[in-house]
Write a protein that binds this ligand. Structure first.
Ligand SMILES: CC(C)(COP(=O)(O)OP(=O)(O)OC[C@H]1O[C@@H](n2cnc3c(N)ncnc32)[C@H](O)[C@@H]1OP(=O)(O)O)[C@@H](O)C(=O)NCCC(=O)NCCS
Length: 228
């Protein structure tokens, strides 16, 4: 591998999220993307963003885990299961996983952030917030004091999570939703845009409206989770 100025980074994905990850890592991190990887079935060109695009089955041979850090740049499809699957795969291959935290996010000194997180501009993370692994916080969310976001969650934009809340693993929260203090969003929830959540929720449901009500269809079926 050629010499690099930043810490070399392999990005998993070749869609819009991967393109955004490339932008943010190049312009606002200590990492330097050196290539992309995705399953063979999704490869239609040899390069992506001008860098080599390699088959995930062969990624270790081209970009060895001891020399390159990885970042899985995949969205919320199948209620975050595709991203969770690739996150686990890269860990099992022995890669260290980077998190991106925008220099334009407000992150209090005692906030904990796991690996493979993607935290964009304008997010506010208040004191004692805990962010798990493989969490995406798109732009401009408020995560209130002492709240916890569990693994594989995707929070879109302009969402308010008040203090002392929990967001359960795999859940998705649509734009402009509001969550009252001391509320636990269960795992596998799909919270619709502008939903107003005033009480804790049940697992695997879609909530929408103000005040939010659950729909009858399970969130995993709505999101076409395989086996869900
Ligand atoms: C909740 C959601 C998934 C529903 O999608 P859907 O099932 O395709 O919804 P439909 O358009 O078929 O609407 C079904 C009904 O729910 C209502 N509805 C849909 N979304 C709603 C929402 N967010 N809040 C309140 N009511 C909603 C519709 O008005 C419709 O009501 P009706 O049956 O009385 O006409 C979708 O509206 C949503 O919020 N998606 C998230 C968008 C988002 O945040 N994207 C972020 C991109 S990064």
């Amino acid at each position: 591998m050629a010499a690099h100025n930043g810490k070399p980074l392999i990005i998993v994905g070749n869609g819009e999220i991967a393109s955004m990850a490339y932008e943010y890592f190049v312009h606002d991190s200590v990492y330097e993307p050196v290539g992309f990887a995705i399953g063979r079935d999704y490869i239609s060109s040899e390069t992506f963003e001008g860098l080599p695009l390699v088959d995930l089955a062969e990624v270790e041979a081209v970009f060895p885990p001891g020399k390159v850090t990885a970042f899985v740049a995949i969205g919320d499809s199948q209620l975050n299961r595709i991203r969770a699957h690739h996150y686990a795969m890269m860990k099992s291959k022995g890669y260290a996983l980077a998190s991106y935290v925008s220099s334009r996010a407000f992150v209090w000194h005692n906030v904990q952030i796991g690996e493979n997180c993607f935290i964009l501009e304008g997010n506010t993370l208040q004191a004692f917030v805990v962010i798990g692994n493989n969490v995406t916080l798109w732009s401009g969310n408020h995560i209130g004091h002492r709240s916890m976001i569990e693994d594989h969650v995707f929070i879109t934009s302009q969402v308010v999570i008040s203090g002392f809340c929990t967001v359960g693993r795999n859940s998705f929260i649509g734009v402009n939703a509001a969550v009252a203090n001391n509320v636990a969003i269960a795992q596998d929830n799909y919270i619709g845009m502008s939903a107003s959540i005033t009480a804790s929720t049940e697992p695997n449901l879609i909530y929408q409206g103000n005040p939010a009500e659950p729909r009858k269809i399970p969130a995993t079926r709505f999101c076409r989770v395989k086996g869900g």
